[in-house]
Design a protein around this ligand. Structure first.
Ligand code: TXA
Ligand code: MG
Length: 322
């Protein structure tokens, strides 16, 4: 089985990746959240290739990564609240869904045919270097096959596409990603701000800024983003949540100090640190899945800070598969 080519993310590697994107091909690259499967945001063919490689439904739009707010404004219209959030949190794990500009050159397919576009400036030196060299937006969903666990290491990306006929031409290896869960997605339009997906930027942090900003966003009711409607982030094993005991044959995903034990076991954070837990979440789910256990039992995780995003992903991993 031929795996994708993994290359070092040094200056030479990034230059090669930028050229590969210019040639219309796909490149996987690290961000501070998870690895992305990137293609030229302005090329219909590249965007189509991303959907095909992932097996992603075409109604689920993509995030366009940009190097800064000025590049973002070529594609999206930033009202006061969006501008304030971008100025405060970019580069960082926040994606802003805003109306497309009249002169937006991004493929309509990144918006799944709609009139909004999702934009984000990633806080990772490799991603930023690649974006600056490329000079325009890079559309990049998480670099996993649709419905599967997001990759936080270059090897995970190679595993995901090992049996896929269409795969990234190369993978830039920037080591393990720091945050470990995807960006927070917020929609800003018509004076309203709403949360579409919880993620690496906590609601506590957003509210702290919103309260002190002139453009204080009114938080509307959370609407799920199109990508949040189905079972997702799923290992092959079944996932059993809020486990207080381990049943025969189960693997265990623990959190905090515990006396529970299993033959296949990982602890997301023995000290109960939620950021550490987010960092290891997807890698440990992959490892426990590889143990062959039919079910992964997951201990309770506090619903605060980045724990909100962790629990959201775990609930989707546990959801009934279609
Ligand atoms: O951290 C991240 O966000 C990673 C890295 C690679 O940047 N990317 C990522 O992409 O998680 P993806 O495609 O796996 O998730 C994008 C989410 C989906 O839930 C999608 O439905 C939503 O963003 N989305 C994208 N464009 C949208 C739009 N125009 N309106 C509403 N939701 C949108
Ligand atoms: Mg994803």
């Amino acid at each position: 089985m031929k795996l994708c080519e993994i290359i070092r993310a040094d200056a030479q590697g990034v230059a090669r990746a930028a050229q590969t994107l210019l040639d219309g091909r796909l490149v996987a690259f690290p961000t501070e959240t998870v690895y992305g499967l990137g293609g030229d945001a302005e090329s219909d063919a590249a965007i189509t290739a991303i959907y095909t490689a992932k097996g992603r439904p075409s109604r689920n739009p993509l995030i366009v990564h940009v190097s800064d707010l000025a590049m973002a404004q070529r594609y999206g219209r930033f009202e006061e609240a969006a501008t304030a959030l971008a100025r405060h949190f970019w580069p960082g794990p926040l994606t802003l869904v805003v109306p497309r500009t009249d002169f937006c050159a991004a493929s309509p397919r990144v918006s799944a045919g709609g009139d909004t576009i999702a934009l984000r400036v990633p806080n990772h030196p490799v991603a930023l270097d690649l974006l600056r060299r490329f000079g325009r937006g890079i559309a990049a969903p998480s670099a996993n096959r649709s419905g599967r666990i997001s990759p936080t290491q270059a090897e995970h990306v190679a595993e995901e596409f090992a049996t896929s006929p269409l795969r990234p031409s190369l993978i830039l290896d920037g080591g393990a990603t720091k945050i470990g869960v995807e960006s927070t997605v917020m929609e800003c339009r018509q004076g309203r701000v709403s949360l579409l997906r919880s993620g690496g930027l906590t609601q506590e942090a957003i509210h702290a800024v919103a309260a002190t900003t002139a453009a204080s966003p009114r938080m509307a009711d959370a609407l799920p983003s199109p990508g949040m409607l189905e079972s997702h982030y799923a290992p092959r094993a079944l996932v059993r949540l809020v486990a207080t005991e381990v049943r025969a044959g189960e693997a265990l995903l623990a959190f905090g100090a515990t006396t529970l034990a299993a033959a296949a076991m990982r602890n997301l954070s023995p000290t109960g640190d939620l950021e550490e837990a987010a960092h290891y979440l997807y890698a440990y789910l992959r490892e426990l899945d590889a143990s062959g256990a039919p079910t992964i039992a997951v201990m309770p995780i506090p619903e605060e800070g980045v724990g909100v995003a962790i629990n959201d992903r775990l609930r989707r991993a546990a959801a009934q598969r279609v």
